[in-house]
Write a protein that binds this ligand. Structure first.
Ligand code: HAS
Length: 549
C-alpha cells in the first residue's frame, strides 16, 4: 500500500518536516545540560558570551526549539502520512501542504534571528510585560499559520475521500490525525488573538501598552491544548501502530475513538489551571477549569488501559505467561518499540504529577517551582519526545529506503533517555516539593541557594548529562541512517494495527463531527465566554514593555 511511487510527494514533505524538527531538537538540546550544570554551580554560560548572553537566553532557545519547533514540525510531517496512507489516497492539493512547509520554515528563520541576537529572551511563554522584537512574534505567527495551512491540506484530502467513499468508516489513524489537527486549529485561536491583537502591534509601537492578565489568559487558552497537540500524535502511535509492533491488535477501536473525541471536547476549556494564582481571575472560573482538567485525565486513563491491554495481547501471542511475566515477551530488542514503551512508563509518572498540578490547593505548593519542569520533562520531554524518536526508528528507514544504521545504538539511546530522565525528573520534583526551589531561575547565581538543595542539583546535573549523551546517540543514529546506511533489503512499511473489535459496529456518533464540534463550541463558550467578556470589557492596555535580560 505504501509502496514505491504513489506517496512520493507525501514522503518528501514528511522527510523535510522531520529533518527540520530533528535539527531544532539538536540545537535546542545543547542548552539542557548547560542549565542543569548551572543549577549545580558549574556555569558554562560564561564561556558562550557574547554569542549566548545569559542563562535566560539559553533557556528561551531551549524551550522554543524543543517544545515548540521540534514538536510542531515532527507532527505536521508525521500526520501527512497518517492522514493519507490509511485512506489509500494522496493529498488532494499537494501544493497546499508544500506552501505550509515553506511558511513554517520561513517563520522559523524569522523567529530564530531575534532569539539568537538576544532580542527575544522572553521564555517560551513570552508573558508580557516582557517584550521581544516584533520579528519573534511574526515568526511564531507564521509557524502557526503554516501549520494551519497543513491542516487545511489534510481536511481537503479527507473531504475528497469522503465524497469518493460515502458511508464508509474513517480509518482510525486518519480519524485520530484529523481530530489532532482540528484541536490545534481551535486551540491556537487564543494565541493568535494575543499576538495579532496585542503583542505584535505593541512590539511595533502601534500600541503603547498591553493588558497582561488578558494576554496570559489568551496564551493559556492555547497553552494547555497545545500539550495535547503534542501528545495525541504519540497516542496515535500507541493505539494505532505499537500493538502491531508488539505482535498484537488494538484492543478496542471504539475506546480509541472515544478517547480522541474526549480530548477534542475537553482539552481546551482548562487553561485557568495554569493561572490558579492569578489575582485577576475569580475563583469560580478556576474551580470550573479544575474540574474540566480532571475530566481530561479520563481519556488518558482510557488510553493506559487500552494500550496496555493491546500490548498484553501481543505479548501473550508471542508466548508470554503469568500476571506480569508477559511483559518480558514484548519485543524489547526492537528500538522503535522499546523507545515508545519506555516513553509510556515515564509518561505515567508525568500524568501523576499533572494530576497533582491540577488539584487547585496542592498546586499552590508546587506552582512556579522547579517541580513544574520536572513534570514537563516527563510529559513532553519523554512521553512525547521519546515516542517521536521511537517512531523515527521505523519512519526514517521508511522515508529513505535505508536500513536503520545501528539497532544497538538506537536501543542504548532509548535506555539512556529513560535512565537520565529518571534522575533528572526525580531531582526536579523533589526540589520543588520539599524546598519550593523556583523554576526559570539561574540558581547557581542565587544568593539564597541552600546547601540542602545541592545533592538534588547534582542528581539533576547527572541526569541532564546522561540525557545529552542519549541525544548524541540519537543524532548519530539519524545521521548514520541518512548517510552511512545500506539500502533496506525490503521496504519498511508503516506499522498499522488491526483492531480486535470491528470498527464498523461502533456507534455512528463516533464517526460524526457535528455533535462533537457543537460540544466543543458550547463548552468553550461556557468555560471562557463570560470571563473573557469581562476581561475585555475592563481591559487596560497600559502595561509598558520590559526587557529584563
Ligand atoms: Fe501538564 C504544566 C496538568 C499532561 C505539559 N504541563 C505543564 C507544563 C507543560 C505541561 C509544558 O493543572 C508547563 C507549562 C509552563 O511552562 O508553565 N498536565 C496536567 C494534567 C495532565 C497533564 C492534569 N502536561 C501534560 C501533557 C503534557 C504536559 C500530556 C505535554 C505533552 N500541567 C498541568 C498543570 C500545569 C501543567 C495544572 C500547571 C502547573 C503550574 O502550576 O504551573 C494530564 O493530562 C495527565 C494525564 C496522564 C495520565 C497518564 C496515563 C498513562 C498512560 C501510559 C500508560 C502506559 C504505561 C506503560 C503505564 C493519567 C497513557 C506500560 C508499558 C508496558 C511496557 C507494559
Amino acid at each position: 500500500m505504501t509502496g514505491a511511487q504513489p506517496f512520493a510527494r507525501e514522503r518528501k514533505l514528511a522527510l523535510w518536516n522531520v529533518l527540520i524538527a530533528i535539527t531544532a531538537l539538536f540545537v535546542g538540546s545543547w542548552f539542557g545540560p548547560l542549565q542543569a550544570l548551572e543549577h549545580a554551580g558549574i556555569n558554562l554560560y560564561k564561556w558562550l558570551a557574547p554569542g549566548i548572553q545569559s542563562y535566560y537566553q539559553g533557556l528561551t532557545i531551549h524551550a522554543v526549539l524543543n517544545a515548540l519547533v521540534w514538536t510542531t514540525f515532527f507532527i505536521v510531517g508525521f500526520l501527512t502520512l497518517t492522514v493519507t496512507y490509511p485512506l489509500k489516497r494522496p493529498l488532494r492539493y499537494p501544493w497546499v501542504n508544500t506552501l505550509a512547509l515553506v511558511v513554517m520554515a520561513l517563520g522559523l528563520v524569522i523567529a530564530a534571528i531575534p532569539l539568537l541576537l538576544n532580542e527575544a529572551t522572553v521564555l517560551y511563554t513570552f508573558y508580557p510585560p516582557m517584550k521581544a522584537s516584533s520579528l519573534f512574534y511574526l515568526g511564531l505567527t507564521l509557524v502557526v499559520v503554516g501549520s494551519w495551512i497543513a491542516g487545511y491540506g489534510f481536511f481537503f484530502t479527507y473531504l475528497a475521500w469522503r465524497r469518493e467513499h460515502p458511508g464508509e468508516r474513517t480509518p482510525f489513524l486518519t480519524f485520530a490525525s484529523l481530530v489532532t489537527m482540528v484541536l490545534w486549529q481551535v486551540a491556537t485561536l487564543g494565541v493568535a488573538a494575543e499576538i495579532l491583537g496585542m503583542l505584535l502591534p505593541w512590539s511595533l509601537g502601534v500600541l503603547s501598552g498591553v493588558d497582561s492578565q488578558l494576554a496570559r489568559t489568551l496564551f493559556w487558552f492555547t497553552g494547555h491544548p497545545l500539550v495535547y497537540f503534542w501528545l495525541l500524535p504519540a497516542y496515535i502511535s500507541w493505539y494505532g501502530m505499537l500493538p502491531k509492533q508488539a505482535g498484537g491488535k488494538l484492543f478496542s477501536d471504539l475506546m480509541a475513538r472515544l478517547a480522541f473525541w474526549l480530548f477534542l471536547l475537553l482539552s481546551i476549556p482548562v487553561g485557568f489551571h495554569h493561572q490558579y494564582v492569578d489575582p485577576g481571575v475569580p475563583p469560580v472560573w478556576k474551580y470550573l477549569h479544575a474540574i474540566l482538567t480532571l475530566s481530561v485525565v479520563f481519556p488518558s486513563l482510557l488510553t493506559a488501559f487500552t494500550v496496555i491491554a493491546s500490548l498484553e495481547m501481543g505479548a501473550r501471542a508471542r508466548g508470554g505467561k503469568g500476571l506480569l511475566g508477559w511483559v518480558l515477551k514484548l519485543p524489547w530488542k526492537d528500538p522503535s518499540f522499546t523507545a515508545q514503551a519506555l516513553a509510556m512508563i515515564l509518561f505515567a509518572f508525568g500524568g501523576i504529577s499533572g494530576i497533582t498540578n491540577a488539584s487547585y490547593n496542592v498546586n499552590l505548593v508546587v506552582h512556579n517551582t522547579i517541580w513544574v519542569p520536572g513534570h514537563l520533562h516527563l510529559t513532553v520531554g519523554s512521553g512525547v519526545t521519546l515516542t517521536f524518536m521511537g517512531i523515527l526508528y521505523w519512519l526514517l528507514p521508511h522515508l529513505t529506503g535505508k536500513q536503520l544504521w545501528n539497532r544497538k545504538v538506537a536501543l542504548a539511546q532509548a535506555w539512556t533517555w529513560f535512565i537520565g530522565m529518571i534522575f533528572f525528573s526525580n531531582a526536579f520534583h523533589l526540589l520543588g516539593l520539599h524546598f519550593g526551589v523556583p523554576r526559570r531561575t539561574a540558581l547557581g547565581a542565587a544568593p539564597y541557594n541552600m546547601p540542602e538543595w545541592r545533592p538534588f542539583q547534582i542528581e539533576a546535573a547527572i541526569g541532564g548529562t546522561i540525557l545529552f549523551v542519549s541525544l548524541l546517540l540519537f543524532i548519530a543514529e539519524v545521521v548514520g541512517t541518512l548517510w552511512a546506511s545500506k539500502p533496506a533489503e525490503k521496504p519498511v512499511e508503516m506499522p498499522i494495527a488491526e483492531s480486535l473489535d470491528d470498527p464498523r459496529r461502533a456507534p455512528a456518533f463516533l464517526d460524526q463531527w457535528r455533535p462533537w464540534l457543537a460540544g466543543v463550541v458550547l463548552l468553550i463558550l461556557l468555560a471562557y465566554g463570560p470571563i473573557l467578556y469581562e476581561m475585555l470589557r475592563t481591559a487596560q492596555f497600559n502595561t509598558p514593555g520590559w526587557r529584563v535580560w
